[in-house]
Design a protein around this ligand. Structure first.
Ligand SMILES: *[C@@H]1O[C@H](CO)[C@@H](O)[C@H](O)[C@H]1NC(C)=O
Ligand SMILES: *[C@@H]1O[C@H](CO)[C@@H](O)[C@H](O)[C@H]1NC(C)=O
Ligand SMILES: *[C@@H]1O[C@H](CO)[C@@H](O)[C@H](O)[C@H]1NC(C)=O
Length: 368
């Protein structure tokens, strides 16, 4: 515990130093800054790297936490056992699943997406219990929506609780880097108090549990899934661009897995609740469980610049925003009443999504 605090102190000091340095640069270059786009971009990127000190996490080999889910032969383990590749070819996609279900946890991996023409492909990294609770499942998603070469990648996050599939809570964003060039860490934190989606050390979305959310807050044990599959009918520009198997196989790579939390039998939850108290307390004490002011700043910046759809601003779907929505006036000004960007929005028409792969989960998603 003492070590923990010391570490955080050190880290915070480092962040403060970086910000001070940033503040020193700022007045000097102030006039040039206004006119110098490259410098502006540099400082902007710097603003993300503030929070880029790695999480202090323990990584595990693939076999210690996960197993093959589907797509014979299309899951390829790396020789050192630390990573896997998931392939999509004209015969099948592929996926893996955590060997246990968890009630609360931190689910994280370094991921590299396939490059080139990837339209129509969805690469998902998510937690769900749709296999066990068909009618009342919970789910937390990262979904990367394939890409036409040369265009920025787009992705969405979503959340369902207790089968609330008619209340999609999706947000869509662009990325501030090319996810096909290097590995980046994508993480989902799920505690009894909050949910945080992270890219590297930047929190991009937080959902704080409130009484008003009721059963819409995920509260049953979930597994971690990673999948690649053909979603030609909706993924890219509303299905305009299909998967082109001329470019197959499409390969996504995963390594440096982190799987923290309390493994639980999904049916016999009660005895586990006692055993899990300590593990969940530990989870909530980790540095990724708290959004520091510096990280909150990075989150605001991300959200104000890279979100291009949010259900919270979609008053056609939700005349009253759902209870977990935090309406940020600066953010809100960017969106019209369909939750899309007022200017320069894209992905205007998305057809209803029918399912993920076979029937594991079938979500109804609003048209975005
Ligand atoms: C990371 O956390 C472990 C405990 O989980 C601790 O022993 C170690 O000192 C920490 N490392 C750093 C660099 O803070
Ligand atoms: C979840 O949904 C089921 C019905 O599908 C209901 O019986 C149960 O009370 C709900 N749980 C919560 C926490 O709302
Ligand atoms: C909202 O903005 C999008 C462009 O991003 C536009 O296509 C749509 O018609 C607008 N909707 C309304 C109701 O203004």
């Amino acid at each position: 515990m003492v070590e923990e605090t010391e570490r955080n102190k050190e880290k915070n000091n480092k962040m403060v130093d970086q910000i001070r340095c940033f503040e020193r640069i700022l007045p000097m270059t102030h006039t040039r800054l206004l006119f110098s786009l490259p410098l502006f971009l540099f400082l902007f990127l710097l603003s993300f790297t503030f929070t880029n000190a790695d999480f202090n996490v323990t990584t595990i080999p693939f076999n210690n936490g996960y197993s093959h889910l589907f797509g014979d032969g299309n899951l390829v383990r790396s020789p050192d056992g630390k990573g896997v590749r998931l392939l999509l070819d004209r015969y099948t996609g592929s996926g893996f699943i955590s060997s246990s279900m968890y009630k609360h946890g931190f689910f994280s991996a370094n991921i590299k997406l396939p490059s080139g023409y990837t339209a129509g492909i969805v690469i998902a990294f998510y937690t769900s219990n749709g296999d066990v609770f068909e009618k009342s499942h919970d789910e937390l998603d990262f979904e990367f929506l394939g890409n036409v070469e040369g265009k920025p990648w787009r992705f969405q996050t979503n959340l369902y609780g207790n089968g609330s599939t008619s209340r999609g809570r999706e947000e869509r964003y662009r990325l501030w880097f090319d996810p096909t060039k290097e590995f980046h860490r994508y993480s989902i934190l799920w505690t009894a108090k909050n949910i945080i989606f992270y890219i590297d050390e930047v929190p991009i979305r937080e959902v704080v549990r409130s009484e008003a959310m009721g059963g819409d807050y995920p509260s049953k044990p979930m597994s971690l899934y990673a999948t690649i599959w053909d979603a030609s009918n909706w993924a890219t520009s509303g299905g305009k661009y299909k998967v082109n198997y001329k470019y197959a196989p499409f390969v996504s790579e995963y390594k440096d897995f982190v799987l923290e939390g309390c493994p639980v039998d999904p049916i016999q939850e009660v005895p586990a609740a006692v055993a899990c108290a300590q593990k969940n307390a530990l989870l909530e004490s980790q540095d990724y469980a708290v959004i520091t002011p510096q990280r909150r700043l990075a989150m605001r910046r991300f959200r104000q610049r890279f979100t291009y759809y949010s259900y919270c601003y979609d008053t056609w779907r939700y005349p009253v925003p759902p209870p977990e929505c935090v309406i940020d006036p600066v953010e809100k000004r960017r969106f019209n009443d369909t939750g899309r960007l007022k200017f320069g929005g894209s992905h205007r028409k998305q057809s209803r999504r029918r399912g993920r792969r076979s029937n594991v989960v079938s979500n109804n998603q609003a048209e975005i």
